[in-house]
Write a protein that binds this ligand. Sequence first.
Ligand code: NDP
Ligand code: 8X3
Length: 257
Amino acid sequence: MYDISGKIACVTGASAGIGAATAEALAEAGCNLVISARREDKIKEFSQYLSDKYEIKCFGGVLDVRNQKDVEKFFAELPEEFKNIEILVNNAGLAKDMTPLYENKISDWEQMIDTNVKGLLYVTKAVLPGMVERDKGHIVNIGSTAGRGTYPGGTVYCATKHAVNAITNGLRKDLLKTSLRVTTIDPGAVETEFSMVRFEGDQARSDKVYEGYEPLHAEDIADAVLYVVTRPPHVNVSDMIIYPTAQRDYHLVNRKA
Ligand code: NDP
Ligand code: 8X3
């Protein structure tokens, strides 16, 4: 395992779920962290928890990745000791609703596209030039199995994750002349706040998504992130697709009665 202690790692959408678990795994590996999300109380509290527990430096700040100016400012104004980000985990993302495209709210399309695609691009644009200049860096994009296929009710969400996959693949080629690495990790069903967000707080509907089988846990994906960023510098894991054992496709789930 390649030692990443002391490196600066940045995780977007770190107030919950996969982002929070990833930040914690990186903190445990000794990284100093830049973490962000929209919910101020959560990100500040979590930042304090990580720095106290793992004795690392952690900068936790409010950031809505949909706002390009805010993204630019957030990274430009990072304290000097956090500026040289070496690992970027583009994790902030969400799905909204699960109805046929012709019934979708346009505002939901916009939120998914602005967060999952444009937000990921804005953050990448803010961090990548420094990585290229230093010829050092690893970008890990959290895609989805929704980026490898489609399912009814998920059309626009799937489109955003197909875009993440294309961005990851294209970027890896754009960086051919550098030592930088680019990885996509594409999970199937992970039990996080994801379905509560998708179904606007409908607990019963959200619970149904994970009923009758063991879904992935946020820590399973954090573990995958940790794996890819601790390979030696000559190894680039380009893609990882991870399903719960009981899930073979979106609707193909072995649920016990
Ligand atoms: P959660 O809802 O648990 O976490 C999402 C995180 O993203 C939160 O920290 C949220 O924080 C943050 N976030 C949402 N919108 C924004 C925004 N505009 N700006 C900044 N941060 C934002 O979901 P997951 O952990 O499951 O999702 C993380 C990623 O994993 C997403 O990209 C998702 O698409 C992907 N994924 C999830 C799967 C699943 O089944 N759960 C499977 C495959 C991929 P806050 O609200 O404080 O801003
Ligand atoms: C989340 C996975 O299959 O619920 O990206 O859309 S899925």
